[in-house]
Each structure stands twice: as C-alpha cells, then as structure tokens.
Write a protein that binds this ligand. Sequence first.
Ligand SMILES: Cc1ncc(COP(=O)(O)O)c(C=O)c1O
Length: 422
Amino acid sequence: MTITQPDLSVFETLESEVRSYCRGWPTVFDRAQGSHMYDEDGHTYLDFFAGAGSLNYGHNNPVLKRALLDYIERDGVTHGLDMSTTAKRAFLETFQNTILRPRDLPYKVMFPGPTGANAVEAALKLARKVKGRESIVSFTNAFHGMSLGALAVTGNAFKRAGAGIPLVHGTPMPFDNYLDGTYPDFLWFERLLEDSGSGLNTPAAVIVETVQGEGGINVARAEWLRALADLCKRRDMLLIVDDIQMGCGRTGAFFSFEEAGIVPDIVTVSKSISGYGLPLALTLFKPELDVWEPGEHNGTFRGNNPAFVTAAAALDTYWADGQMEKQTLARGEIIESHLRAIVEEHPDAIAEYRGRGMVWGLECSDKPLANKIAKRAFELGLLIETSGPESEVVKLLPALTTTPEELDEGLRILARAVRDCA
Ligand SMILES: Cc1ncc(COP(=O)(O)O)c(C=O)c1O
C-alpha cells in the first residue's frame, strides 16, 4: 500500500502556532457525515470528539441540512444582528414549547454573541449587575472559556497565563471530590462565607459545570449540586450553571442539572444548541434578573439566523418526546461496559473510568499515556481527545446519534489502542 503524506504545508507556514487540534490529527479533513470524517486522502475516521460537543446530532445531520438548505434557497435572512426575524421567532417558540415549558423553567433568553465564552461573559456581567458585587466563586479544574472574564473563573494555569494580565475577582473552591471525600462538602466555602475575617468578598454568584469536560470529566454528584444550590440560596449568591458542553442532552436530559432537580438562576448554553456546528449561544436567566438596559451587552453576530433554523429543527426532531434522553442513557451504558472491561484489563495503566450519559473519561495512571492512546487511536481510525489539567484523561464525546454498532467499533479500536500503548 502506498502511504501518501498529507499536504500540511500552508497550515504549518501560514497558520499561527496557536493551532492545536490539528497537531494531534495531522491530516486534511474534507467531508463529514454522521459519526464519520473523511480526509482528502480517502481515509475514514470514526469521530468520538464531535466538535468538542458541538455536534451532538452528528456531522451534516440530514434533517437539519434540509432545513438549512431550504432557508438559504428562499433567501431567508442570514445576518440580522438582533432584529426580529421569522427564524428567530420559530427558534424561540420551539425552545419554549419543547424545552422550557415542559420542564417548568421560567427563563428569559438572551443571545450574547456566538460563542460559549460570550455566554459566560454575559452571565458574569449580569450576576455582578444584579447583586452589585464583583466577586465570583468558581471551582478547581473549571473551564469557562478564553476571554478575560471567563478565564478569571477557569482553573488551568497554562490557559490563565495566556491572559497576560492579572485575572481578578474570581475565587476557586474545591469541586466535588477534590479533597477525596476527606472533608464534608462545602466546609471551607461555608466557613469563609461565615467569617468576616476570611478575606472572601461576598460573591455575586457561583459558576459551576455539573460535569467538568475540559477539567478531566469530573462528575459532580446530584447531592453535591443540590447542596450547592441550597448554599447559594441561603447566602444570597446567584447560581450559574455552565451547560455549554454538558447541555443539549450530552448527559441524558436536555439540561445536565435536571437530574439533580435544581433550578439555576442563570444557565449558559452553546456548542450543540444549533445542532449543526453553527455558532450560537444563549444566556438564560430567571425573569426577575432581566435588569439589562437595551444594548448594554451587544455584538454583531448574536442573531445567527441559519443557526436558529437548524436549532429549531434539532429541537423538533430530537426533543419533542422523551426518546433522546432514554437513548443517550442506554448508549451510555454500552460505553460504560466497554470502559469497565478496559480498566479491568489494565488495572495498573488506567486508574479509573468516569462519566454520565455519553460523556466519559479514562484516567491514565501514567499521565502521558493518555496522549499516546489518542495518537494510536488516530492511526487506527478513531478521533478521540484528551482532557484534564495534564491531559491525563482520554475523553469520549461521541455524537448522541452514534449507533450502537459504531459505538462498539470505536470502543474496540480504543481497547486496541490502550493495549498497544499500555
Ligand atoms: C463548559 C464550557 N464553558 C465555556 C466554553 C467556551 O466555549 P467557546 O469555546 O465556544 O468560547 C467551553 C468550551 O469548551 C466549555 O466547555
């Protein structure tokens, strides 16, 4: 067989050194469909990365593609700032009818800008404005985005250093299980809040991920989330759930906090909300928090109309009944059983597996092993990334529409990659 070397020259000479994912997957991708990506040299890859959680319904999902093509074909508005459009109306009505109303969630919807970081910045601004306080509490190993406000509540030292200025007004607290269960939950946090000599300025809000994606697939227990919600209420702090990566059904329910039975004050949503990989973000909040002045938070690309079209189609197709949640939980069990077998086969190399729904991680005892496994998986035709503070966790994030057969195939490739590297 002739192995052709991919032509990466323009990327290596012209594109900035800041590029990252393309370094782990040194090929040139050309087409993508469902759970597969195809490079220009004819290789096929099973995608267990799904655009870092932006492609929960797979690449170029045919139902969403049809809706998008029809909209473009009839010259539907593409760019409209935050003008009222038929596409935005259809999205808002569908979001209300399929997601908010059946869950009794009273949220107002803000379009803060197209990225997750935009949604986080708006959430932090709003919390500070409502409470008239500047301090925000975040958690160890949190990831909330790369803009300055979001970085200030992000844990990763390398990413924080990129800011180049002091990152202020954020205080980290231990995430669930950070102290290995040796101390009661929130002991430190409560003590600081109670003690007027602690030096902690009363926080406006607490921002949390229910499952830390970039931080290493750290899963907060439902009772920990409930205790956090209760603490926020007792201490007059707003609770912000960052559901950018874990929302849109990734953990089973549409919102990842539903399992815990909590109702956050503010929720950030992005990544898979458009369903098609088109940029779209939402900041949701309780109506009484809607203290914005018109235009106080603004942005050219907030009303991404093609994304409204695919988002409405995705909600109609996948969330009009309870099937998606059941399917995700069932497929999650397939993943879990394979991961359990991998850990049993390599008890020294793989410390543990953890996850919920269709987001899972394999923590490697020898930290560099995770990247070796991801590299080997790529050679074997599987796209899989790593996460955690030292990239020590192999992270599985397949599209929710990945079939049981595709899951089986990918997990068998992963098992082989682990065997080859451990
Ligand atoms: C939980 C969470 N919040 C915020 C972000 C930032 O989103 P974006 O990269 O679209 O700015 C991410 C991205 O991975 C994320 O996982």
